[in-house]
Design a protein around this ligand. Sequence first.
Ligand SMILES: C[S@@+](CC[C@H](N)C(=O)[O-])C[C@H]1O[C@@H](n2cnc3c(N)ncnc32)[C@H](O)[C@@H]1O
Length: 205
Amino acid sequence: MRDSKQFWDKSAKRYAKSPIKDEATYQKKLAITREYVTPESRVLEFGCGTGSTALLHAPYVKQIIATDISDKMIEIAQQKAADTGINNVSFQQGTLDSLNLEHGIFDAVLGLNVLHLLEDVDGTIKQVQQLLKPGGVFVSSTALVGQLNVLFHCLIPALQLLGMAPFVARLTKTQLIDSLTTAGFSIEREWQPNRDSVFIVAKKK
Ligand SMILES: C[S@@+](CC[C@H](N)C(=O)[O-])C[C@H]1O[C@@H](n2cnc3c(N)ncnc32)[C@H](O)[C@@H]1O
């Protein structure tokens, strides 16, 4: 966990400058997410990075708590919020374990490009389930590392040894959907913008 924080702290400035790889896909994910929120929604985003997505959703919801393990990411996010004058997003450093978040109060939880970076994916999905209101949604976007080809499977450990890649869970789409349904979610929407990632909206039953 400490290694992960160090990795993302070191990456924060570069991450903030990196452009969105596929703007059309990003816009479609924003639009789908907005179908599931209202101006009364309370939203939690974990692994929010430098906060761009939380700030884009802010005008459409009541309140967002956006969190990240990296305080360097959070510093950049807070500066962006100050620059844009958006005041219904509260950026907080921490993980779902360390932040004492109230259960059963969120209409939507967002975990975007983060589940595959966690050592306990099933545990995190259960925590998300507890944080949501009944009928609330978990919106996730996840790299399917378990479905990458052999070359990547050899490359990842080498990059990790050099400190150039973080921990990654070798998830497949089937495993992810099994974890969500086992935790008590129904799958509302499932979209694979490409072979290696999946965008899922899952509803708490
Ligand atoms: C690939 S970035 C994605 C950032 C943002 N969600 C996005 O889609 O651009 C992954 C983020 O997850 C954060 N992260 C990694 N492990 C975490 C954990 N256990 N709890 C919370 N955040 C974590 C990292 O600091 C980083 O900002």
